[in-house]
Ligand binder design. Structure first.
Ligand code: ADP
Length: 387
């Protein structure tokens, strides 16, 4: 039976595997709801770790810390999809874990993701499992160039992807991923010539209730999401189709928790699935200011099997821009004073000790009457942010 947070005999504690910004923003919502938080992370004073007395800084590979974390938690969720599912199995013997270890096994492998979703009728690019160098050659012959080779597991921010423009590049890509000390199995997929990248967040609880957020446009630079426009500036019918695909993905895997589904929109108005993240997602940060219930609150409601809150926007439009590191050194910015003078812009700084080039240090969200208006003000605020 699920523990209830309505009649707890003890204060209810949600355990977070990972202590980064996603855990921090989940913790902020938990505290708002009267729930306590335990955090396990490799290293002390992580963004979420420093918010709680129940911080376990030895990480989940340290069995004493893992044990203490399990003891401290009534229910467990995660912010990081790269946790070994065998460790999740160990945890799941003692506490409810959402998303479940089986969901995590499926989602961790991009080939299995695509196989699962394509079998249930969700549109994906052409894709294939790659076991030999010849499989890459055959994929290029069958589906044409360019195509994308991706590591099946542990890819993030584009690390693990290689676009192959002609057959002479296959050797190099094979060597890069498969001939090192630690070979990384691949899948291949057709290159999608997209006009926009879209994302939809979906929350689902154990009872199968669903809250689907608006379809947003994500804009990447160097494979890192930098800007999110909500709602996506596309026709309503396309927004709805993207939402339907996202819901179908989560229902296909019986997912419990909150999920970010990334898709491509093509010039022919096709919407094609790219990948699913089994956790709060950068494309959903705007929901804190712009929706009735944020993705983080609905994550907590979903994993504790509470009724989900409305995912509707309470403002006409929003724009989120990531604050990426532009230097190395202290994570404290030099000045935020001028940017705070821009109306209707919320600043989030994650409290990371050190900044590195491109590291996600925080974000800002502007709300407004139109997407363009929100984008203009978010951009103005960004330009006034001084590292
Ligand atoms: P990661 O898991 O590292 O974020 P993704 O598979 O989402 O990797 O790819 C990162 C980015 O690379 C995407 O946001 C998109 O811009 C581009 N990309 C990925 N797959 C394709 C594809 N099949 N066709 C065209 N571009 C792609």
């Amino acid at each position: 039976m699920l523990p209830s947070i309505y009649n707890p005999s003890e204060p209810f504690t949600i355990g977070l595997l990972g202590g980064g910004q996603l855990a921090k923003m989940t913790a902020q919502e938990a505290y708002k709801m009267g729930i306590r938080v335990a955090v396990i992370e490799h290293g002390a004073d992580s963004p979420a770790g420093f918010m709680t007395k129940k911080e376990f800084s030895g990480g989940w590979k340290n069995s004493a810390d893992l044990e203490a974390f399990i003891q401290a938690s009534d229910i467990i969720t995660l912010e990081n999809e790269f946790i070994d599912p065998d460790i999740l199995d160990v945890i799941a013997e003692r506490r409810l874990v959402f998303p479940t270890p089986d969901t995590m096994r499926l989602v961790q492998d991009k080939f299995i993701q695509k196989q699962t979703f394509s079998a249930s009728g969700i549109p994906t690019p052409h894709f294939a499992e790659i076991s030999t160098k010849q499989d890459l050659v055959d994929f290029g012959t069958k589906h044409g160039y360019p195509f994308v080779a991706k590591t099946r597991k542990f890819g993030y921010d584009g690390y693990g992807n290689a676009t192959i423009k002609r057959d002479t590049e296959i050797d190099m890509v094979w060597r890069r991923f498969m001939e090192g000390e630690d070979p990384r199995p691949l899948l291949a997929e057709s290159f999608v010539t997209f006009t926009k990248e879209l994302a939809v967040m979906v929350a689902r609880n154990k009872r199968g209730e669903i809250a689907v957020y608006p379809c947003v446009q994500t804009i990447q630079q160097g494979h890192i999401c930098v800007t999110v426009l909500a709602p996506a500036p596309i026709e309503t019918a396309l927004q709805k189709r993207a939402q339907d695909i996202a819901v179908a993905c989560v229902e296909t895997i019986n997912g419990v928790g909150v999920f970010g589904i990334e898709m491509f929109l093509t010039a022919d108005d096709d919407i094609v699935f790219n990948e699913i993240a089994p956790r709060p997602h950068n494309s959903g940060h705007y929901t804190i200011e712009a929706c009735y219930t944020s993705q983080f609150e609905n994550c907590i409601r979903a994993v504790t099997n509470l009724p989900l809150g409305s995912a509707e926007m309470r403002v006409p439009a929003a724009c989120m821009i990531n604050l990426l590191g532009e230097r190395t050194g202290s994570g404290i910015p030099d000045s935020v004073i001028e940017m705070l003078k821009v109306d209707d812009v919320a600043l989030h700084l994650y409290g990371k000790k050190d900044v590195r080039m491109g590291r996600k240090m925080g974000h800002l969200t502007a709300t407004g009457a139109t997407v363009d208006d929100a984008f203009q003000r978010a951009s103005l605020a960004l330009n006034r942010f001084v590292w």
